[in-house]
Design a protein around this ligand. Structure first.
Ligand code: PGA
Length: 267
């Protein structure tokens, strides 16, 4: 049984004042769903301490947006996985397309970051996804399999038992253009098949156990339809996670699509 998960990725947004205001409005909404779904917030690193305190004992977990692939040393500007773990992080996003495209992180580098997050006892959220040109050239599956394979080569397929994969088509991120349910289903099924096929001898059925979430212009209006798809286990939410009403409603849509209503799970 895969427990649904909703992750808010604030990207490089926020301020002490804005974060406080957002959390005060958001947390009462999220509390309704914490039994039904896993919830995580990934603020920029300077605000991890603040957000950890605001989360308190709500059950909403803290995450980071990236982690170094190195343990420690002369890597100016990087945060080690151990440091993030010490801050209270449970999840770390790795391989977000903004990192891959804008900061030229290769799939090998992403794999090293994935390893570091696992070694520090946290759960990596591995982002994979194709650009528009790659999709239009029929390369979607090839690109995503290469991104997954780089991680398999680094840590082995069994490591996926402690990971979340996020399918984020690059052309759908922050553009308002969402992938269609057919496109999402097709890729999620392929990711599951790839993982199952890479672990034929695994004692648990990794393909069935792996949580795969969708990200890319998810909002209140389209969340329920996306989360109702059989192979979608939740969402990685950027822009909409900065708005309490919107993110709260998306959490409600995920709980509903999973068959557990907010009222039932309220404490
Ligand atoms: P978006 O971003 O929801 O703003 O499209 C998603 C992401 O980048 O994780």
């Amino acid at each position: 049984m895969r427990k649904p998960i909703l992750i808010g990725n604030w990207k490089m947004n926020g301020s002490l004042q804005a974060n406080q205001a957002l959390m005060v409005r958001l947390l009462p909404r999220l509390r309704l769903f914490r039994r039904a779904i896993d919830l995580a917030i990934c603020p920029p690193s300077p605000y991890l301490f603040q957000v950890r305190d605001l989360l308190g004992y709500t059950g909403v977990m803290l995450g980071a947006q990236n982690a170094a692939g190195y343990v420690s040393g002369a890597y100016t500007g990087e945060n080690s996985a151990t440091m993030l773990q010490e801050m209270g992080c449970r999840y770390v996003i790795v391989g977000h397309s903004e990192r891959r495209v804008l900061f030229h992180e290769s799939s090998q580098e992403v794999a090293a970051r994935f390893r570091a997050v696992l070694s520090a006892g946290m759960t990596p959220i591995l982002c994979v996804g194709e650009s528009l040109t790659e999709r239009e050239s029929g390369l979607t599956s090839v690109v995503i399999e290469q991104q997954l394979q780089a991680v398999v080569d680094e840590v082995g397929i069994a490591a996926f038992a402690n990971a979340v994969v996020a399918y984020e088509p690059v052309w759908a991120i922050g553009t308002g253009q969402t992938a269609t349910p057919e496109q999402i289903s097709e890729v999620h099924q392929k990711i599951r098949k790839f993982v199952a096929g890479s672990a034929p001898e695994a004692s648990i059925d990794l393909g069935q156990e792996l949580r795969i979430v969708y990200g890319g212009s998810v909002k209140q209006a389209n969340a329920y339809d996306i989360f109702s798809l059989a192979d979608v286990d939740g969402g990685l939410i950027g822009g909409a996670s900065l708005h309490a009403d919107e993110f709260g409603a998306i959490a409600g849509a995920l709980a509903d699509a999973s068959g557990v209503t907010g009222e039932v799970s309220a404490i």
